[in-house]
Design a protein. Structure first.
Length: 278
């Protein structure tokens, strides 16, 4: 049974997509030596911008509406998810559900009027739960049925937190949303961790905010991700940072290179492997 992790924050520009892409790729690399479904990772992009899929399969991330993620959300009965899933460009054991921007915008508009509109992604993914070790879901930067579907479909949530006063103060609404999902749909939904992102050590308030996050979230605080040109260049090159900056010799237990960004996301992968199985 797959462990499904949603990357969520109702604020934009906090590193959700960067985290979804690099966590999925890092998990695929770490699990590559395992057999069958225990090695496979599935990436689902619930953001209509589909930026996560651009890094997974730039040429093939789109599909006609009936063969895309939007069809799973709005068609009754939904089409087969198994025939939609495709392999990523960069990792043999990383897969994705193709999407299409206009279709996802339409799905976001139509979902509120549909029956059982909060559980449609969960039902679609239930058919492939046994085919993957991890399912990673990226989300849009707002509250709505796309985000609710992503939370209802998950076992666990990672919350990227931009290390700014505005980034920390914006968490209250998301916590309320998670509590509502726990109350009405998923009492087993857990926050796996809060992930400080876009950390800039030269900013005077950064250390103060990190200390506040430690006090507030204690053992739920994950190791921080610093702002990095490698992350920006990797995404603009339509790849994850492990592909953009690979080590000279890679093994499944040594996926990072000299790039700080690969080292920090490799640390996140280890934390997720440990915490998600706990």
């Amino acid at each position: 049974m797959a462990i499904t992790i949603t990357i969520a924050n109702e604020k934009g520009g906090v590193g959700k997509t960067t985290t979804a892409v690099n966590l999925a790729a890092g998990l695929a690399l770490r699990l590559a030596d395992r057999q069958n479904s225990s090695s496979r990772v599935l990436l689902v992009d619930m953001d209509p911008q589909v930026h996560a899929l651009l890094a997974a399969a730039y040429e093939n991330h789109q599909a006609v509406t009936g063969d895309s993620l939007a069809a799973l959300l709005i068609e009754t009965p939904p089409p087969s998810i198994q025939r939609m899933i495709q392999r990523s460009d960069h990792h043999a054991n990383l897969f994705f559900v193709p999407s299409e921007r206009a279709a996802m915008v339409r799905a976001a508009r139509e979902l509120p009027a549909l029956m059982a509109n909060e559980t449609r992604l969960q039902r679609a993914l239930s058919a492939v739960q046994n085919d993957y070790a991890y399912i990673i879901i990226d989300t849009p930067p707002n509250t709505g049925d796309l985000l609710i579907n992503a939370l209802v479909a998950a076992n666990q949530v990672i919350i990227p937190v931009e290390t700014s006063y505005l980034g920390v103060s914006g968490l209250i609404e998301l916590q309320r949303t998670i509590e509502q999902v726990q109350m009405h749909f998923r009492p087993d939904l857990k926050v796996l961790g809060y992930l400080p992102t876009m950390v800039e050590e030269q900013r005077s308030e950064t250390q103060e905010i990190l200390e506040e996050l430690k006090k507030r979230y204690k053992k739920l605080l994950l190791s921080p991700i610093h702002k990095s040109s490698d992350l920006a260049y990797a995404h603009s090159s339509h790849m994850d940072v492990f592909t953009y900056r690979p080590p000279r010799a890679r093994t499944s237990d040594h996926i990072a290179s000299s790039s700080r960004a690969t080292q920090e996301y490799a640390t996140l992968v280890e934390e997720v492997l440990e915490r998600s199985k706990r």
